[in-house]
Design a protein around this ligand. Structure first.
Ligand code: HEM
Length: 124
Protein backbone atom coordinates (compact mmCIF):
# COMPACT_ATOMS: atom_id res chain seq x y z
CA UNK A 1 0.00 0.00 0.00
CA UNK A 2 1.26 3.48 -0.83
CA UNK A 3 2.11 5.33 2.35
CA UNK A 4 0.63 8.70 3.12
CA UNK A 5 4.18 10.03 3.01
CA UNK A 6 4.52 8.93 -0.62
CA UNK A 7 1.04 10.14 -1.52
CA UNK A 8 1.95 13.56 -0.22
CA UNK A 9 4.89 13.67 -2.61
CA UNK A 10 7.78 12.13 -0.69
CA UNK A 11 10.84 13.83 0.70
CA UNK A 12 10.72 17.08 -1.25
CA UNK A 13 7.08 17.75 -0.51
CA UNK A 14 7.55 16.93 3.13
CA UNK A 15 10.58 19.20 3.46
CA UNK A 16 8.61 22.03 1.93
CA UNK A 17 5.71 21.35 4.28
CA UNK A 18 8.07 21.43 7.27
CA UNK A 19 9.50 24.81 6.24
CA UNK A 20 6.12 26.37 5.61
CA UNK A 21 4.64 24.93 8.77
CA UNK A 22 7.38 26.40 10.94
CA UNK A 23 7.18 29.75 9.23
CA UNK A 24 3.56 29.86 10.31
CA UNK A 25 4.11 28.52 13.81
CA UNK A 26 6.92 30.97 14.56
CA UNK A 27 4.80 33.94 13.55
CA UNK A 28 1.61 32.74 15.26
CA UNK A 29 1.11 34.79 18.41
CA UNK A 30 -0.87 32.00 20.00
CA UNK A 31 2.05 29.58 20.03
CA UNK A 32 5.32 31.19 19.01
CA UNK A 33 6.40 31.78 22.62
CA UNK A 34 6.76 28.03 23.12
CA UNK A 35 9.54 27.97 20.58
CA UNK A 36 11.47 31.04 21.64
CA UNK A 37 14.72 30.11 23.36
CA UNK A 38 14.49 26.59 22.04
CA UNK A 39 17.80 25.44 20.67
CA UNK A 40 17.87 24.78 16.94
CA UNK A 41 18.44 21.07 17.42
CA UNK A 42 15.30 20.69 19.48
CA UNK A 43 13.44 22.75 16.93
CA UNK A 44 14.65 20.66 14.03
CA UNK A 45 13.78 17.52 15.97
CA UNK A 46 10.32 18.87 16.51
CA UNK A 47 9.87 19.71 12.85
CA UNK A 48 10.97 16.34 11.53
CA UNK A 49 9.33 14.34 14.27
CA UNK A 50 6.11 16.26 13.93
CA UNK A 51 5.83 15.60 10.22
CA UNK A 52 6.81 11.97 10.59
CA UNK A 53 3.98 11.64 13.07
CA UNK A 54 1.58 13.67 10.95
CA UNK A 55 2.25 11.57 7.88
CA UNK A 56 1.67 8.30 9.59
CA UNK A 57 5.16 7.13 10.49
CA UNK A 58 3.95 7.50 14.01
CA UNK A 59 4.99 4.45 16.01
CA UNK A 60 8.09 5.96 17.47
CA UNK A 61 6.28 9.01 18.80
CA UNK A 62 3.36 7.38 20.52
CA UNK A 63 2.93 7.07 24.23
CA UNK A 64 5.63 8.10 26.61
CA UNK A 65 7.87 10.04 24.32
CA UNK A 66 5.15 12.43 23.12
CA UNK A 67 4.06 12.73 26.70
CA UNK A 68 7.56 13.37 27.94
CA UNK A 69 8.47 15.75 25.15
CA UNK A 70 5.67 18.10 26.16
CA UNK A 71 5.44 17.54 29.89
CA UNK A 72 7.48 20.59 30.87
CA UNK A 73 5.49 22.71 28.43
CA UNK A 74 2.26 21.63 30.09
CA UNK A 75 3.56 22.11 33.62
CA UNK A 76 5.59 25.28 33.22
CA UNK A 77 4.04 27.07 30.26
CA UNK A 78 0.42 25.99 30.40
CA UNK A 79 0.36 24.11 27.11
CA UNK A 80 -3.32 23.37 26.49
CA UNK A 81 -6.04 22.63 23.93
CA UNK A 82 -5.92 26.18 22.55
CA UNK A 83 -2.28 25.69 21.57
CA UNK A 84 -2.87 22.22 20.27
CA UNK A 85 -5.69 23.54 18.07
CA UNK A 86 -3.49 26.37 16.80
CA UNK A 87 -0.74 23.94 15.81
CA UNK A 88 -3.21 21.66 14.07
CA UNK A 89 -4.70 24.65 12.25
CA UNK A 90 -1.26 25.71 11.02
CA UNK A 91 -0.61 22.23 9.75
CA UNK A 92 -3.88 22.11 7.81
CA UNK A 93 -3.31 25.59 6.36
CA UNK A 94 0.18 24.53 5.25
CA UNK A 95 -1.12 21.46 3.47
CA UNK A 96 -3.90 23.45 1.82
CA UNK A 97 -1.39 25.98 0.52
CA UNK A 98 0.63 23.15 -0.94
CA UNK A 99 -2.47 21.95 -2.76
CA UNK A 100 -2.61 18.66 -0.95
CA UNK A 101 -5.95 17.03 -1.81
CA UNK A 102 -8.63 17.37 0.89
CA UNK A 103 -8.92 13.62 1.41
CA UNK A 104 -5.21 13.40 2.25
CA UNK A 105 -5.49 16.35 4.61
CA UNK A 106 -8.34 14.50 6.29
CA UNK A 107 -6.01 11.49 6.75
CA UNK A 108 -3.39 13.71 8.34
CA UNK A 109 -5.94 15.28 10.67
CA UNK A 110 -7.15 11.85 11.71
CA UNK A 111 -3.66 10.96 12.88
CA UNK A 112 -2.49 14.21 14.44
CA UNK A 113 -5.85 15.29 15.80
CA UNK A 114 -6.86 12.03 17.43
CA UNK A 115 -7.99 12.26 21.04
CA UNK A 116 -5.31 9.78 22.08
CA UNK A 117 -2.63 11.89 20.51
CA UNK A 118 -3.96 15.12 21.96
CA UNK A 119 -4.10 13.54 25.42
CA UNK A 120 -0.51 12.36 25.10
CA UNK A 121 0.78 15.78 24.10
CA UNK A 122 -1.27 17.52 26.79
CA UNK A 123 -0.30 14.97 29.44
CA UNK A 124 -3.75 13.86 30.50
C1 HEM B 1 0.10 18.29 17.82
C2 HEM B 1 1.03 17.44 17.61
C3 HEM B 1 2.45 17.54 18.08
C4 HEM B 1 3.43 16.69 17.67
C5 HEM B 1 3.30 15.51 16.71
C6 HEM B 1 4.64 17.10 18.34
C7 HEM B 1 5.85 16.43 18.26
C8 HEM B 1 6.94 16.71 19.05
C9 HEM B 1 8.12 15.89 19.16
C10 HEM B 1 8.29 14.53 18.52
C11 HEM B 1 9.01 16.56 19.93
C12 HEM B 1 10.48 16.25 20.17
C13 HEM B 1 10.70 15.18 21.14
C14 HEM B 1 12.16 14.99 21.39
O1 HEM B 1 12.90 14.77 20.44
O2 HEM B 1 12.57 15.09 22.54
C15 HEM B 1 8.37 17.76 20.39
C16 HEM B 1 8.93 18.71 21.22
C17 HEM B 1 8.41 19.97 21.41
N1 HEM B 1 7.13 20.38 21.08
FE1 HEM B 1 5.77 19.30 20.08
N2 HEM B 1 4.39 18.22 19.08
C18 HEM B 1 3.06 18.52 18.96
C19 HEM B 1 2.40 19.58 19.55
C20 HEM B 1 3.04 20.66 20.11
C21 HEM B 1 2.39 21.88 20.54
C22 HEM B 1 0.88 22.13 20.51
C23 HEM B 1 3.39 22.71 20.98
C24 HEM B 1 3.31 24.13 21.48
C25 HEM B 1 2.43 25.01 21.05
C26 HEM B 1 4.64 22.00 20.86
C27 HEM B 1 5.89 22.49 21.20
C28 HEM B 1 7.01 21.71 21.37
C29 HEM B 1 8.26 22.20 21.91
C30 HEM B 1 8.54 23.63 22.35
C31 HEM B 1 9.14 21.09 21.94
C32 HEM B 1 10.57 21.07 22.46
C33 HEM B 1 10.55 20.72 23.92
C34 HEM B 1 11.93 20.75 24.50
O3 HEM B 1 12.91 20.55 23.79
O4 HEM B 1 12.02 20.92 25.72
N3 HEM B 1 4.39 20.76 20.33
N4 HEM B 1 7.11 17.83 19.83
Amino acid sequence: MTSLYEKLGGKEAVNLAVDKFYEKVLTDNRVKHFFVDLDMNAQRNHQKAFMTYAFGGSDHFKGRSMREAHQQLVEKMGLSDVHFDAIAENLVATLQELNVPPELIADVVKIVGSVEHRNDVLNR
